[in-house]
Design a protein around this ligand. Structure first.
Ligand SMILES: *Cc1c(COP(=O)(O)O)cnc(C)c1O
Length: 399
């Protein structure tokens, strides 16, 4: 039986203060205590169920955190103001001066920039490796390594991490395996294969309406407590806390995630097959031609599909730009970064979201100039969408 993450969300039951079907929003930054003793105990971390101050936690944030923990199969979770606001405190919590990280080289541009340019200031060094080669990953580990970091399906090249294999390496060398699961919520449950900590940018599929940034760290109660510690917790002290109003709205959107992911996957799979059929260089994990197709199939939760992301190589940056502009003109989607929206979004990652990665490194990892990253929308009539995209490609002599 495969894990059923959507059931876990469905089975949660919250009521509002007046019997409302949605939990009440806690619209307060600070909380009163009935006694001074309770306030002291709460600061010491010994008063369960008491709220202190909203940077620490709020009822609304806890509701959303519990729902996401249920989805990812972890004990608990902490929601943050953005995906980067989840990634950076986790790494700062686990690593200090002299420590080392082994990371996939195909990761979100912001995460790459943080590890490449920012953490060295604190004497934390990172080796970037081809995450699909387990022997290369293991060879990069040093006595100072603390963390193994990857994305389950990577941005933007859609490489697939062998989470089980990586977890075995992490265990052997006593490392924490951190998996950013932003590209494959519901489809892949990294803890099922041994991930220690799962991170999402909620900004993308999970919220799904491109109206906010948000993030989450899913992990053990002990680790989340450490992150929230008033004395030395990176979430508490760096302050990337989610606002309560936003936590309430993301929770409402989360409830339709299972329907949206199925539609995103169905549409992306259809287009990927059609694009490949036209002779375009197409990358989609659901295609048999994807180098890790069998691997992702072995990790997939039934029915959510291979996700909404695909890439197509238009041949050159000029062609990619012309195609994206024409598709936008025909209202087939928006020339915008980000993903998980109801409309299709497209961008050329080499000159946008991955521009933090130097050009020679982009080449080495297979990120070509003409690459277009698509986040396929919820289109009801994907056949029509394909016909219209095809005629744009014809007009520009791409096919
Ligand atoms: C967008 C993204 C992030 C960063 O999230 P923000 O919410 O923009 O801070 C991290 N990882 C992946 C894979 C992303 O796509």
């Amino acid at each position: 039986m495969s894990f059923k993450p959507a059931n876990k969300i469905q089975d949660l039951q919250y009521f509002g203060e007046f019997g409302g079907v949605n939990p009440s929003i806690s619209d307060s930054s600070t909380y009163t205590f009935l006694s001074a003793k309770t306030m002291f105990d709460t600061f010491e971390g010994n008063a369960d169920g008491c709220y202190l101050y909203s940077r620490h936690s709020t009822p609304s944030n806890l509701y959303l955190g519990e729902a996401l923990a249920a989805m990812e199969g972890t004990e608990t979770a902490n929601v943050t103001a953005s995906g980067m606001g989840a990634i950076t405190p986790v790494l700062m919590q686990l690593c200090g001066a002299g420590d080392h990280i082994v990371s996939s080289r195909t990761i979100y541009g912001g995460t790459y920039a943080f590890l490449k340019n920012f953490t060295p200031r604190f004497n934390i060094e990172t080796s970037f490796v081809d995450i699909t080669k387990l022997d290369v990953v293991e060879a990069a580990i040093t006595p100072n390594t603390k963390v193994l970091y990857c994305e389950s399906v990577s941005n933007p090249l859609l490489e697939v991490a062998d989470i089980k294999g990586l977890a075995a390496i992490a265990k052997k060398h006593n490392l924490k395996l951190i998996v950013d699961n932003t590209f494959s919520p519901l489809s892949i449950t990294p803890t099922q294969f041994g991930a220690d900590i799962v991170i999402h940018s909620l900004t993308k599929f999970i919220n799904g309406s491109s109206d906010t940034v948000g993030g989450v760290v899913c992990g053990t109660q002990d680790f989340i407590n450490e992150l929230r510690s008033v004395n030395d917790g990176a979430c508490m002290l760096l302050g990337s806390t989610m606002d309560s109003l936003r936590a309430a709205s993301v929770l409402k959107n989360l409830r339709t995630l299972h329907l949206r992911i199925q539609q995103h996957s169905k549409n992306a799979h259809y287009l990927a097959e059609k694009f490949e059929g036209l002779g375009l260089k197409t990358v989609y994990p659901g295609l048999a031609s994807h180098p890790s197709h069998e691997l992702i199939k072995s990790m997939l939760n039934d029915k959510y599909g291979y996700g909404g992301m695909l890439t197509v190589d238009a041949g050159s940056l000029d062609k990619a730009n012309a195609l994206m502009e024409l598709m936008q003109e025909k209202n087939l989607g928006y020339l915008a970064v980000s993903l998980g929206f109801y409309k299709t979004l497209f961008s050329a990652p080499g000159s946008s979201t991955s521009s933090e990665i130097p050009e020679d490194e982009q080449k080495e990892m297979g990120l070509s100039d003409g690459l277009i990253r698509f986040s396929i929308g919820l289109d009801d009539d994907i056949e029509r969408t394909f016909e219209m995209m095809k005629s744009c490609m014809k007009e520009l002599n791409i096919i």
